[in-house]
Ligand binder design. Structure first.
Ligand code: HPA
Length: 272
């Protein structure tokens, strides 16, 4: 079933002109502008793409955009799907399987996250070096998963070493501070309590967010090299916890977006 659906979705997009992209990019909360940089863009609204879920988050636009960045054919997901919208882990990662079917060779993911490691201040970028899945489910736990890749996927190096090294080098070159860290994924949509921030610190997380991990698991299932960057939008200091609104999160992410865009652009045309 999933295989047939993937063929239908892919054929629809190829007919629209999404031909042989090399890079896929997922844009997180407040991080939609990179899509404006695409040359000769072709837009597919999620609501028109067969078998795609519908984006229900008000501030996430739901568009798949094909075009060129730095002369490289790229597909950008402007808006992603989250478990807190009521979808299951398999549904929210369907677009990653579609990007892979279209032929991408590498995947770059971004998100907004709260810091647990308080050295990571608001507006900082964090390269995700490893993760902790606290979402209580797996995007690979379904009957047909073994038809699409191995069942027991190795996760000893979930984030591609070469892509991560290239992003660190890009940060150095551009004079952008990029710290490595561990990202914990929760379901949300509520933010964390003080006790939860203490717990996340204890288990070794540097940042927390509500996305990315299912997408990275599926990329590993597909043996698709992936790297991910978090924009730290709020600080989860349990001893001085400030109230956070989603508008604050979006504002900080938007301010940090140009830095993230520069890093992604640097690695898009590298043959990794
Ligand atoms: N917690 C969870 N998700 C988030 C946060 C946070 O503090 N900030 C942005 N996304």
């Amino acid at each position: 079933m999933v295989r047939e659906q993937l063929i239908e979705t892919t054929q629809y997009l190829i007919k629209k002109g999404f031909e042989a992209p090399e890079v896929g990019i997922v844009l997180g909360t407040g991080l939609g502008k990179l899509a404006d940089e695409l040359k000769n863009p072709i837009v597919a609204h999620y609501s028109h793409i067969p078998h795609f879920p519908l984006a229900t988050v008000e501030f996430h636009s739901g568009k798949l955009i094909f075009g060129e960045i730095e002369g490289v054919k790229t597909v950008v997901m402007q808006g992603r799907f989250h478990l807190y919208e009521g979808y299951d882990p398999q549904q929210i990662t369907y677009p990653i399987r579609v990007l892979h079917s279209l032929g991408i060779k590498k995947l770059l993911i971004s998100n907004a996250a709260g810091s647990i490691n308080l050295d990571l201040k608001k507006g900082t970028l964090m390269l995700i070096d490893d993760h902790i899945n606290l979402q209580g489910g797996s995007p690979l736990a379904f009957k047909e998963a073994p038809l699409l890749g191995e069942r027991f996927v190795d996760m000893s190096q979930p984030y591609d070493k070469k892509l991560c090294t290239a992003l660190m080098a890009a940060a150095e070159k551009e004079g952008i501070s990029l710290k490595k860290g561990v990202y914990a994924s929760v379901i949300g949509p509520q933010l964390e309590t003080r006790a939860e921030y203490r717990y996340l610190k204890l288990i070794g997380a540097d940042a927390v967010g509500m996305s990315t991990v299912p997408e990275v698991i599926v990329a590993n299932h597909l043996k698709l090299p992936v790297a991910a960057i978090s924009v730290i939008t709020d600080e989860g200091d349990p001893e001085n916890l400030e109230t956070v609104s989603v508008n604050d999160i979006i504002k900080i992410a938007e301010e940090a977006e140009p830095k993230m865009m520069r890093l992604f652009k640097e690695v898009i045309n590298k043959s990794i």
